[in-house]
Design a binder for this molecule. Structure first.
Ligand SMILES: [Zn+2]
Length: 163
């Protein structure tokens, strides 16, 4: 290796959130979002299926989809189709999974198929997540507003029109 023109050993920028190469970042963002979408399909909820992925320093450290707590019946809705109050949202499940591990979500990126609700945005902030990538906008923008106020970098990944 000849010193001066070597690529830096750390491919991420100093904040470790994004690659300096925007095209590379876009490719990774789309790949992780495809995985979050795949995860959303695991949800037993019928009204809405949401997937989440937490990525830190280029590694997937957690995943989640909306559903009932472990050990409870999988049904998310009651007989009237109303979502049961104890259903956990995908991002809450992913954050709690990190809490059970020896890792943490500090400075991590959260990939979400749907933008977060108010309650989950509080968890996202408190978990130390610094970047959010989402695809579909949830009806209530209050969660996104809180994250923005809390200094979280937000990226709306639009569906690509091409095949
Ligand atoms: Zn939520």
């Amino acid at each position: 290796m000849t010193g001066a023109h070597c690529a830096p050993t750390d491919p991420m920028q100093q904040d470790s959130l994004v690659y300096s190469d925007a095209k590379k970042q876009e490719r990774y963002d789309r790949a992780y979002m495809r995985m979050a979408q795949e995860w959303s399909r695991l949800s037993h909820c019928t009204r809405k299926k949401v997937g989440a992925l937490i990525v830190k320093e280029g590694m997937i450290i957690s995943d989640g989809y909306n559903g009932t707590p472990t050990g409870f019946p999988n049904d998310c809705e009651d007989a009237n189709g109303t979502t049961l109050w104890y259903v956990l949202h995908a991002e809450a499940n992913a954050i709690m999974k990190v809490a059970r591990s020896t890792n943490n979500a500090r400075e991590a990126t959260l990939y979400l198929t749907h933008s977060p609700c108010k309650e989950c945005s509080k968890l996202i902030l408190q978990a130390g997540i610094k970047r959010l990538v989402y695809q579909e906008a949830y009806k209530d923008p209050a969660g996104l507003a809180l994250l923005q106020e809390g200094g979280v970098s937000i990226h709306h990944l639009h569906e690509r029109i091409s095949s």
